[in-house]
Write a protein that binds this ligand. Structure first.
Ligand SMILES: [Zn+2]
Length: 240
């Protein structure tokens, strides 16, 4: 594996934080690209050599990625690439189905004018998106903006970590784009934004519950399409 296209300038003095940032950014990009199979061991010595930095910031970067669920720590202090496949996406969607309706409730109570502007901006961007990746990013932006409107940093952090992996599955998002998914997604987002704007708390919660559940169905039907006896995980009941 080669994760360095432009090695850092050796003469440059770089503060430790930015060295960690650099290592984090490079390793993250490789993991999200899907080039490395799930379970691939990430060798810290090798990574440090390739990045031209010491092992300490590499380890820091890997710990950060582990917190995001992109790599998994091993018993021997090593790390391996996490499974970012469809099952991992579904597991995260399950958590979102539980969390996001409550987030919407809080957002409907606490939203500011600025929050509404952010929600609207995300919808506009999704509508204007030229391709699946841009649409997916704008869609994520809407959900993050909704979490931000709840004005609880911990909730925001948890939600962002749940979306990170999906961002990495951009290839999968292209499947949605060939269907009517973007139009439906935008329509849902608009209805959610209106409910939040009017502080219709119950409705905001219900709309988001339905919205996230339909995303689960999307992925799920795709996942189980070739199975003779599909047994999809039922998250909808728990979400209500
Ligand atoms: Zn959405």
């Amino acid at each position: 594996m080669n994760i360095v296209s432009n090695p850092p300038d050796g003469d440059q003095h770089i503060h430790i934080d930015s060295v960690v940032d650099l290592a984090y950014g490079r390793i993250r990009a490789v993991v999200l690209s899907g080039e490395l199979a799930p379970g691939t061991k990430l060798r810290q010595v090798e990574l440090a050599e390739q990045l031209g930095i010491s092992r300490t910031p590499v380890r820091e970067a890997l710990l950060r990625l582990a917190a995001e669920g992109l790599v998994e720590p091993l018993a021997n202090r090593g790390f391996r690439v996490a499974d970012l496949g469809i099952d991992a996406v579904l597991r995260r969607l399950e958590v979102r189905a539980i969390l996001e309706p409550r987030i919407a409730r809080l957002a409907a109570k606490r939203r500011t004018e600025r929050d509404l502007e952010n929600l609207n901006a995300a919808i506009v961007r999704e509508k204007q998106a030229a391709n699946g990746v841009a649409a997916h990013d704008a869609s994520r932006e809407f959900h993050v903006a909704l979490a931000r409107a709840a004005h609880n940093d911990e909730l925001l952090r948890v939600l962002e970590s749940l979306w990170l992996v999906e961002v990495g599955r951009r290839l999968l998002s292209r499947r949605w784009v060939v269907s009517e998914w973007p139009a439906e997604d935008i329509e849902d987002h608009r209805a959610i934004m209106d409910a939040v704007a009017d502080q219709r708390v119950e409705e905001a919660e219900r709309l988001v519950a339905e919205h996230v559940s339909s995303a689960v169905d999307h992925w799920d039907s795709d996942h189980y399409v070739s199975e003779s006896d599909p047994v999809p995980p039922d998250v909808t009941d728990d979400a209500r």
